[in-house]
Design a protein around this ligand. Structure first.
Ligand code: PA5
Length: 443
C-alpha cells in the first residue's frame, strides 16, 4: 500500500504538515502506552499481531460447518457489527456471484435496519432455503439486530429443526452480558467473544468480521497477514515521513485546520462501495463529537462523476478527496474493434477497460486539483485479502491518531444513544416511563 500526498501538500503552506510531527508522535505514544482518552478501547492496536494460527483455524472450522450445512447465511448485525464484513466480502467477491452457483453459502446482511419490507422480503426469500445465522452484537441488545434475530431464529428452527438450527446459528457477542450471550448459552450455540477492549467500528479483525468473511470462502489468514504487516509499517518506531497512518492523520488535520471540513473517499471500483461505508463509520463515529470533526463522505467513481461530480468540481471549496486506487484488476477485458465504428469508439479499440478507467482517474484527479480540491491517493497493487487487510489497519491507525490530534476521544460514541432513548420512550420500553412522559409533552 502506498500513500501519495503530493497533490494535497501543494495546497498547504511550507511546514504545515511537519508541524504535526510532534503531536502525531505524542498521539502515537499515548495510543501505545494507553494514556489517551478512551484507553479502555485500544485492543485493536495490536490485534493483528495477537491473532494466532489456532484462532484462525477455529474460525475456519466453524465457517466450514456453516458452509457444509447452509446455502445462505444471514449476518445479523449493525454498524461496527456488520460494515467490516460487508466491505471485505463485497471487495473480494465476484460482483455477480449471487446470480451464479457457488460452493459457498450466499451471505445476506440483515439486522442493520428496521424496514418491514426488507425483513418481509428476506423471510420470503429464505422460505425453503437451507439457511444459517451469524448473530453479531457486542451489547447483545441492539434493537435492529435483536428483532431480526428473533424472527430468523424461529424461522430457522421451524424450517430446519431444533437440532440443525443449533448447529447453524452462531453468536458473536460479549463474553458474559447481553441477550445474545444469554440466548447462545441457553441454546448451546457455538459462540465467539468480542473482546471488551475492541469497539464495534474497530472490530473487523475479530470474529465479528473474520467469521462471515471465512464463510464467504475468503482467506482470512491472508487478510490478517496484510493487517499484521501494516501494524509494523505504522508502528511507533517508524519515522513520521515513512509512517503512512501518521502522515495521513497529519495531512487531513492540516487541511481541516485550513477550512477543509469534508473528506470524500473516492474509489474507481464498484466493489469498493462498502469500503466507503465502513470508512465513514470509522471516521464519523470516532471524530464527530464535541462540535468538531471532518465530515466523511464517499463516492463511487466514475459513476458519481455523473451525479456528484459537479459539486466536487465546482461547489463550496470546503472539501478534500482521498482516492483509493487499485493498480491491477484481477481480470482482463479489452474494448473490441468495430468495423462500422458507429459509436466512434475505435480510438479505444484494443485498450484494456482498466486503462480507460485509469485515464478517467488521472483526468479526474487533475481536474479536481485544478478546481481547488486537495487530493490524497492510496494505492494498492490489487484487490485481494492481503491488500484489503493492509487498508483496514492503515485506516484504523490513521483514525486513532487523527482523533487524538483533533483532541476528541476517538473511541466512544455518546451521540449514538440520543435516538435510542427517544425511540424506546416512544415505544414504551419498560424503564423509560419518565422519558415517555417528557417526549409526549413535545409532540
Ligand atoms: O461502532 C460501534 O460501536 C457501533 O456502531 C456498534 O457496532 C453498533 O451500534 C452495534 O452495536 P452492537 O454490536 O452492540 O449491537
Amino acid at each position: 500500500m502506498k500513500l501519495d500526498i503530493t497533490k494535497a501538500a501543494s495546497f498547504l503552506a511550507a511546514g504545515e504538515i511537519e508541524k504535526f510531527e510532534a503531536p502525531v508522535a505524542a498521539a502515537q505514544k499515548a495510543l501505545e502506552e494507553g494514556t489517551c482518552p478512551g484507553n479502555d478501547f485500544l485492543g485493536w492496536m495490536h490485534l493483528p499481531s495477537s491473532i494466532t494460527p489456532a484462532f484462525i483455524e477455529e474460525i475456519n472450522a466453524t465457517a466450514k460447518t456453516l458452509q457444509e450445512n447452509c446455502d445462505a447465511v444471514v449476518v445479523a448485525g449493525i454498524g461496527g457489527s456488520y460494515l467490516g464484513a460487508r466491505m471485505v466480502i463485497d471487495a473480494l467477491s465476484n460482483s455477480f456471484g449471487w446470480l451464479q452457483e457457488s460452493r459457498y453459502p450466499r451471505i445476506l446482511f440483515a439486522g442493520n435496519n428496521i424496514g418491514e419490507d426488507y425483513l418481509s422480503e428476506l423471510v420470503a426469500y429464505l422460505k425453503g432455503v437451507r439457511f444459517g445465522i451469524i448473530n453479531i452484537s457486542k451489547s447483545g441488545t441492539t434493537t435492529e439486530t435483536a428483532i431480526t434475530f428473533r424472527l430468523l431464529k424461529r424461522m430457522c428452527e421451524e424450517q430446519r429443526g431444533k437440532e440443525m438450527a443449533q448447529k447453524v446459528i452462531v453468536a458473536v457477542t460479549d463474553a458474559k452480558k447481553g441477550a445474545a450471550r444469554t440466548t447462545a448459552d441457553k441454546e448451546g450455540y457455538k459462540s465467539f467473544i468480542i473482546p471488551d477492549n475492541v469497539g464495534g467500528r474497530f472490530s473487523v479483525l475479530t470474529p465479528v468480521g473474520l467469521l462471515p468473511i471465512a464463510v464467504a470462502g475468503l482467506d482470512i489468514a491472508q487478510l490478517v497477514k496484510g493487517a499484521q504487516d501494516m501494524e509494523k509499517e505504522c508502528g511507533l518506531d517508524v519515522p513520521f515521513q515513512q509512517n503512512p497512518a501518521a502522515v495521513y492523520a497529519a495531512v487531513r488535520n492540516a487541511l481541516y485546520q485550513g477550512g477543509k471540513k469534508i473528506e470524500i473517499l473516492a474509489n474507481y471500483q464498484p466493489k469498493l462501495h462498502n469500503l466507503g461505508e465502513w470508512w465513514k463509520q470509522l471516521y464519523g463515529e470516532s471524530e464527530g463529537k464535541d462540535g468538531k470533526g471532518i465530515f466523511p463522505a464517499s463516492v463511487d467513481l466514475t459513476t458519481d462523476l455523473h451525479s456528484m461530480g459537479q459539486w466536487i468540481q465546482d461547489g463550496e471549496r470546503t472539501i478534500f478527496e482521498t482516492v483509493v486506487s487499485v493498480e491491477q484488476p484481477n481480470s482482463s477485458l479489452e474494448v473490441p474493434s468495430d468495423e462500422e465504428n458507429l459509436d466512434g469508439l475505435n480510438f479505444l479499440a484494443g485498450k484494456r477497460i482498466d486503462e480507460v478507467n485509469k485515464m478517467a482517474e488521472l483526468g479526474t484527479q487533475l481536474a479536481h486539483v485544478d478546481g481547488g480540491v486537495p487530493n490524497l491517493k492510496i494505492s494498492i497493487a490489487k484487490l485481494d485479502e492481503y491488500h484489503v487487510g493492509q487498508l483496514i489497519y492503515f485506516f484504523e491507525k490513521g483514525c486513532g491518531i487523527s482523533g487524538l490530534l483533533l483532541e476528541v476521544n476517538p473511541f466512544n460514541q455518546p451521540g449514538v444513544e440520543a435516538y435510542k432513548k427517544n425511540m424506546f420512550a416512544l415505544l414504551g420500553k419498560p424503564g423509560y416511563e419518565a422519558e415517555t412522559e417528557a417526549i409526549k409533552a413535545r409532540l
